[in-house]
Design a protein around this ligand. Structure first.
Ligand SMILES: [Zn+2]
Length: 151
């Protein structure tokens, strides 16, 4: 498929996350450099087009459409890890705080938790969930620090 977009896949009943993994990360590019942590249940990666510096997601390895469908063990592990990751991101990126939200866009949604930093120059509130996306900044020192804290 040429010039495939996540929206096109979803409309065809295909999960973009599963498709991306099965097709050599054709939608996002290789995620290795952005991966902060990975185990058999989930992985944590910096977002390809972040809404803030340090915007990360925790995404399940297996496909579940949203949090209501995930097994309890995955839920427990993801949210315990999320707490750790939020504190690490806050510290490494010098954010004021970090929001957590999760999507529920239907069967082609792939369960993930978004961790979106808010900085002291930004307003509080739910508009932080939809901050404008910006280019990914490859900051190796910050990534190395996060990896060490999340290992
Ligand atoms: Zn999926």
């Amino acid at each position: 498929m040429k010039n495939v977009t996540p929206g096109m896949l979803t409309d065809q009943g295909i999960c973009p996350t599963c498709y991306n993994r099965a097709h050599n990360y054709c939608l996002t590019g290789d995620e290795t450099d952005k991966t902060l942590f990975e185990n058999t249940l989930f992985k944590c990666i910096l977002v390809h087009e972040p809404r803030a510096d340090g915007h990360a997601i925790i995404v399940s390895q297996a496909h579940y459409k949203d949090m209501m469908d995930i097994p309890d063990e995955l839920c427990r592990e993801v949210f315990l890890f999320a707490k750790k990751a939020m504190n690490a991101i806050r510290q490494v990126y010098n954010a004021e705080s970090v929001y957590l939200c999760t999507m529920c866009d239907g069967p082609m949604n792939h369960f993930h938790v978004q961790l979106i930093p808010r900085y002291n120059f930004e307003r509080r509130g739910s508009r932080n969930f939809i901050k404008e996306r910006k280019p990914y900044l490859d900051d190796r020192a910050k990534i190395d620090a996060l990896r060490a804290m999340l290992a």
